[in-house]
Design a protein around this ligand. Structure first.
Ligand code: XMP
Length: 494
């Protein structure tokens, strides 16, 4: 994925396909990159790319495992090296005239991460760069447009990695570099019109970036044929339903707000298990959405804000990945509606979704919004969710988030939120003993939510928030700050 993102940053479109499902290559494909892998080419179950459908003249770049495979599959020797090389190394250029190394200084820093190493190259392979411990760090198959590099050009620590990738995709493959938000919008609007024709589309808005950008794209393509539904589960942040609904209406979207808070809260009564809570919220969401969508006459399409990482994950080579929380994407497809699916963002990475949103004029309040879990405050009120607890959490959270924005900290944080703990503790206010709830504050830095670190918020800021919450929110007498990274903790507490 990182390689693909780097290529996209060069304004070149690329697709990720599993090694064993390489499609027949058509005229639009300008080159192939074979990615890295934790496997060893010599292992019995090593992934063996099948390039039978790839025309011989198409440029190929193997990176790390990809390079090892290129060498090994044609008779080169690949061994588990005694000196597993991890981390930085100095790359020395051996053939400055090689087009892959154009603009790369004689010596530069690269990032290595491999257990195996290519000890000998097959006949006709030419070394074009080496490091101190890896002689065959980069090679070209003479007389063809096939290269291999053992280092990771895609990571930032490889000083000229991006230049190497640019040399490959722009110069060697001859890609135009014209994949931009504007070109994406233009081609997607055209394809939505072709796909949907004059039929009606329904879309669930969540207030998040993905569904909002999907809505704006569809709106540009088909205008009033798009019907949006925004469900208030009663578990949104304070005032969020009204303010986000107003933003959507201000952007000209045909959106219906549905206040279903009472139903969600009634169904959550007495439930304490987080997974159970998620299931109830998910089910209620589908039912409320379904009932609203059925009121739209002759609706034929369901739009979804699926993005590229979701597509890759669902088509990936089978592999075990344990369910830690049964999240993402509360709801899912209302199965009995028999709607056709339109997914205008399925080619985009998250950062590209933001850029497209910006180009479409998405308001900054939604564009820069932190991720927010589908079950909302339902999983931030730990244990049983009651209207009173939700109200307490909403008040405390508003103080926290508003202060982050006021102090210009909000945009430097990946995700922040407050949690209402299911315990009471003793305090003293005025001359009175209190026995009230505790609020935990969380703020994390992250790239994709898979790993995260807690943000070192200034002590003075934390002191001020703690003071404000305890003074202003009835029912809270203690505030704590979560100082755990993920792993071993998760971002949400439930
Ligand atoms: P965790 O808590 O697993 O969260 O570290 C990673 C990211 O996912 C969000 N999250 C959810 N999103 N439904 C969602 O749509 C869920 O049930 C859910 N649980 C966690 C979380 O807010 C963070 O951004």
């Amino acid at each position: 994925m990182l390689i693909a993102r780097r290529i996209r940053e060069l304004s070149v479109y690329c697709d990720i396909v599993p090694f064993n499902k390489v499609p027949a290559i058509d005229g639009d494909v300008k080159g192939i990159i074979l990615s890295g892998s934790p496997a060893s080419v010599t292992a019995p179950d090593a992934p063996m790319p099948n390039l039978a459908g790839v025309p011989k003249e198409l440029p190929v770049l193997g990176i790390c495992y990809g390079a090892q495979w290129l060498a090994w599959s044609r008779g080169g020797k690949v061994y588990s090296s005694d000196t597993r090389e991890y981390g930085r190394a100095v790359l020395t250029v051996k053939d400055a005239a090689d087009p892959l190394l154009k603009g790369i200084p004689a010596e530069s820093r690269v990032w290595m991460s491999h257990g195996d190493t290519i000890n000998s190259l097959p006949e006709g392979y030419k070394v074009i760069a080496s490091t101190e411990s890896v002689e065959n760090a980069a090679f070209r198959i003479e007389g063809s447009d096939v290269w291999g590099i053992q280092f990771h050009a895609e990571v930032h620590h490889s000083e000229f990695g991006k230049q190497i990738l640019a040399n490959f995709v722009l110069d060697i493959c001859g890609c135009a570099g014209d994949w931009t938000p504007d070109s994406f919008i233009e081609s997607t609007v055209k394809s939505i019109r072709e796909q949907v024709g004059c039929e009606k589309v329904v879309l669930g808005l969540s207030g998040g970036v993905d569904s909002s950008v999907a809505a704006l794209l569809l709106h540009r393509a088909i205008g009033p044929q798009l019907h949006c539904i925004f469900v208030d589960s009663g578990l949104l942040r304070k005032d969020e339903f009204t303010s986000v609904l107003a933003s959507y209406q201000g952007m000209g979207l045909n959106v219906k707000g549905v206040d279903a808070g009472e139903r969600f809260l009634a169904d959550l009564r007495g439930v304490t298990d987080p997974e159970q809570k998620r299931k109830i919220i998910g089910r209620d969401f589908v039912e409320v959405f379904n009932a609203e969508a059925e009121k739209i006459q002759d609706v034929r399409w369901l739009a979804q804000g699926t993005i590229y990482p979701d597509v890759i994950e669902s088509s990936a080579v089978p592999g075990a990945s344990a369910t830690i929380k049964s999240h993402h994407n509360v709801g899912g497809l209302p199965k009995d509606m028999k709607l056709k699916i339109v997914e205008p963002l399925r080619l985009l990475f998250k950062d590209e979704v933001r850029r497209v949103g910006k180009a479409l004029g998405l308001v900054p309040e939604i564009l820069g919004r932190h991720p927010f879990p589908g079950p909302g405050l339902g999983i931030r009120v730990l244990g049983e969710v009651t209207p009173e607890k939700v109200a307490i959490l909403q008040e405390a959270d508003k103080i926290y988030i508003d202060s982050l924005k006021r102090e210009s900290l909000y945009d430097r944080i990946w995700q922040a939120g407050s949690i209402l703990l299911p315990i009471k503790s003793v305090g003293v206010m005025g001359d009175e003993r209190t026995y009230e709830y505790t609020i935990a504050l969380r703020a994390v830095s992250s790239v994709d939510g898979m790993t995260a670190d807690w943000v070192r918020l200034p002590y003075d800021f934390l002191a001020e928030i703690s003071d404000s919450i305890i003074r202003r929110v009835k029912g809270v007498n203690r505030v704590v700050y979560d100082i755990c990274s993920k792993p071993p903790a998760t971002i949400e507490w439930e």
